[in-house]
Design a protein around this ligand. Structure first.
Ligand code: 13P
Ligand code: 13P
Ligand code: MG
Ligand code: MG
Ligand code: MG
Length: 383
């Protein structure tokens, strides 16, 4: 008997600015989901990371089910009504359409779903982020599923020794490719180290093609050639017996990495692992946060959560993230704090260029360099 875990998220308003989805919004979502228990879903848990609301649901209807997606959409619509009444900031921010048309994909909310046969014991970890985008998972998922220095199970668990298959999306070209580790590890890194273009969408265990991980990548997309912004992402990872142990799933976050996002979705900054209570980004609207909720699935019900990053074992990671934040903040509007132009969510640079267009004049003396100067290739030959 298969169970589906669906994590659907949206930002429908912040208190204040982009900092927090208040309790009123979470309670509204809970009210909508509660009514659907036994009708559509088996169980649910509603949480938040910053200004993003995360609906964690279990059911028997499979991925991309219209009823489940419609339910999430309804919860976000009801919460948007409350957000508008309270004049919260960015009320309805992630509901890009006025009406629901069968699937939340492409309509604003982010979505990570997986269907599987429940094991004798089924531990899962649900990650929810704010102030970053889906590529924030490229680095930690690589470590979890392909780095034996992170995941001892890759070496010691016979079910993992044959490795994992990574489904990588080219979010610019709207294409996907499957790469298998360990053999194709370097080619995988060649792609996923590039956050402008490639995001890990799913990971499968090669031994039996079991689904191991899935990430929401919805809005990290170009619609009609235009970058439409970041999607504060969510992910689901299965753990133990043939998958990385819970501690191996969490270990990549013990040494914080830099992710795109933060202020105005336009800066590099550290991803700070925190407990639910501390998923409240405010400094320069950040730094970006990630929470990790551990559940045991029991006959389709969600037992838990265990608020995994609340553990003191991650105190030092938080300290390090804050040090990294101080260091990179010093750069202000200069790279490498500022994202490259193609990755910025908000930018006035095109307007600045427009305003200055008549004031740009040709560089003098360039002809001399072009005619008489030593060309790059020639110089290399000389060396
Ligand atoms: P316990 O001995 O606490 O059950 O832990 C076993 C284990 O595999 C930890 O990763
Ligand atoms: P969100 O993506 O969390 O709404 O943040 C946007 C922003 O501009 C933060 O400064
Ligand atoms: Mg917001
Ligand atoms: Mg957000
Ligand atoms: Mg965002």
């Amino acid at each position: 008997n298969k169970v589906t875990v669906s994590v659907i998220k949206a930002d429908v308003g912040g208190l204040c600015g982009h900092t927090l989805a208040p309790d009123e919004l979470l309670e509204t979502c809970e009210g909508v989901l509660e009514e659907a228990v036994d009708e559509i879903i088996l169980d649910y848990y509603v949480t938040r990371c910053g200004d993003d609301i995360d609906l964690i649901m279990t059911h028997r209807l499979g991925c991309d089910n219209e009823k489940v997606h419609g339910l999430a959409w309804k919860a976000f619509e009801e919460a948007t009504k409350v957000a508008k009444e309270l004049k919260l900031y960015g009320a309805g921010q992630d509901l890009l359409s006025d009406s629901f048309s069968g699937n939340v994909r492409g309509m604003g909310p982010g979505c990570a779903e997986m269907e599987f046969v429940e094991r004798k014991s089924e531990p899962i970890v649900v990650f929810c982020c704010d102030k970053t985008d889906p590529t924030a998972f490229n680095y930690p998922l690589f470590k979890m599923f392909a780095d034996p220095f992170n995941t001892a199970g890759l070496v010691f668990d016979p079910s993992m020794i044959s490795g994992f298959r990574f489904e990588v999306h080219d979010v610019v070209g709207h294409k996907k490719v499957f790469l298998e580790t360990p053999e194709e590890m370097y080619m995988l890194l060649a792609l996923i180290g590039d956050y402008e273009k490639y995001a890990i969408k799913r990971i499968y265990r090669r031994k039996d093609n079991e689904i191991a991980a899935v990430v929401s990548t919805e809005k990290l997309n170009y619609i009609a050639g235009e970058y439409v912004g970041k999607d504060d992402p969510v992910a689901i990872v299965r753990a133990q017996s043939g998958f990385p142990a819970v501690g191996e799933v969490l270990e990549p976050f013990a040494n914080p990495h830099f992710v795109p996002g933060w202020m105005r979705g336009s800066h590099w900054g550290p991803l700070m692992p925190v407990g639910e209570e501390d998923a409240t980004p405010t400094r320069f609207d950040g730094p970006a946060r990630i929470i990790a909720l551990g559940f045991q699935i029991c006959d389709g019900m969600l037992i838990g959560p265990n608020d995994l990053f609340a553990d003191k074992g991650f105190d030092k990671a938080r300290e390090k993230a804050l040090e990294m934040a101080d260091i990179i903040r010093r750069m202000g509007p200069f790279q490498p704090h500022r994202l490259p132009a193609t990755m910025m969510e908000y930018t006035t640079v095109p307007k600045v260029l427009e305003a200055l267009k008549d004031r740009f004049v040709p560089l003098e003396g360039l002809e001399l360099i072009e005619e008489g100067g030593v060309k790059r290739e020639d110089r290399r030959d000389v060396e």
